[in-house]
Write a protein that binds this ligand. Structure first.
Ligand SMILES: Cc1cc2nc3c(=O)[nH]c(=O)nc-3n(C[C@H](O)[C@H](O)[C@H](O)COP(=O)(O)OP(=O)(O)OC[C@H]3O[C@@H](n4cnc5c(N)ncnc54)[C@H](O)[C@@H]3O)c2cc1C
Length: 303
């Protein structure tokens, strides 16, 4: 049986959204296909009539500074993100996360939007974007026009805090068959701010990690003035260590404050046991070293 009947490749957001509204259903967006094609082939997703390829949409292929934010398009392949100088300066954790996704062949086609839209709680790009306080831009078609009979449809975009994209493992809040992820907005980095992403992986592993962790922080007078900690898979949706963040703000970085923050992570986190990767107990055991490593690196970078 064919896994799809029709393959569309629009070049603009408005073409894509019109196709989304008018093409035969079931319809799904596809970017690199590194998650979706396996899901279709292996029966985790039922066959669809139409695949809507988003990789040629100009508006989704940009990395640029817009005002005081960095915009990273959803259809940018992760290998481009790794090499982009703006990402290196303003979102080092994102560059590091993208550099660890799979192997080079997958990174050539896998996109950041696909990593996020798949909605897994330990996807590497997702965990970095969470710590970096990003916002997601979402596009859909809105009705406009002078009278009831003269409605035309135009592209409408909205922004939401990154966390609001996730409802559960593999379940995003995007309206199925109506909404596309356009890209992500991240605050530009200022003096005293830095970020870091690292993960622990099975030897020779190329898929999701046993555990990954991203930190963004601001350092002032040798204290943490702001910090965001994201850990995957810390719960059913991408997880923030909010209690640990609270324990660190206004404190010096020393063994005592580190131990308090680690205790707060362990008290709040909901690691699960997964058959292919690791038990919850093992994840609780190894988060200590990873947290220390990422925190120290981000702290030194912010000097
Ligand atoms: C061998 C291998 C190793 C991997 N290793 C890792 C790893 O180490 N870390 C990791 O995090 N992931 C890993 N992955 C998973 C995958 O490569 C990434 O999640 C990748 O970023 C997905 O992007 P994609 O463009 O291929 O998405 P696709 O497969 O094209 O799409 C994924 C989902 O997102 C939807 N979608 C795509 N773009 C949009 C959009 N713009 N708007 C709305 N919905 C959209 C699709 O409909 C689909 O549901 C691996 C996969 C493979 C095959």
């Amino acid at each position: 049986m064919n896994l799809w009947q029709e393959y569309l490749r629009p070049t603009s957001l408005s073409q894509a959204l019109k196709a989304f509204a008018e093409a035969p259903r079931p319809i799904l967006p596809i970017a690199g296909g590194t998650d979706l094609l396996l899901d279709l082939e292996q029966g985790r997703h039922s066959p669809v009539h139409t695949l809507l390829d988003v990789t040629s949409i100009a508006e989704m292929n940009v990395i640029e500074v817009r005002g005081d934010e960095l915009f990273v398009g959803a259809a940018v392949p992760v290998n481009r993100i790794v090499l982009d100088p703006l990402v290196g300066v303003h979102a080092q954790a994102l560059a590091e996360a993208c550099d660890l996704i799979a192997g080079p062949q997958v990174r050539n086609v896998a996109t950041l939007g696909g990593n996020v839209a798949h909605a897994l709680p330990a996807a590497d790009g997702t965990i970095a974007l969470l710590a970096l306080n990003s916002q997601a831009e979402i596009a859909s078609l809105a009705l406009s026009g002078a009278s009831d009979n003269e409605h035309s449809r135009s592209v409408s975009t909205r922004r939401i805090p990154f966390k609001e994209l996730f409802l559960g493992p593999g379940k995003s809040s995007l309206k199925h068959g109506e909404e596309l992820l356009v890209g992500f907005y991240l605050p530009l980095s200022k003096n005293g701010q830095s970020s870091c992403f690292k993960r622990i992986m099975r030897p020779q592993g190329v898929a999701l990690p046993i555990i990954n962790l991203a930190i963004w922080l601001e350092r002032m007078d040798d204290q943490f003035s702001q910090i965001r900690i994201a850990v995957g898979p810390g719960g059913p949706t991408p997880w923030s260590g909010t209690k640990a963040e609270e324990t660190l703000i206004g404190k010096l970085f020393n063994d005592e404050t580190f131990n308090d923050a680690l205790e707060a992570i362990l008290a709040q986190v909901g690691f699960r046991s997964s058959a292919r990767r690791a038990s919850s107990d093992y994840r609780r055991h190894i988060v200590n070293g990873l947290f220390k490593d990422v925190l120290e690196t981000a702290w030194q970078r912010a000097e």
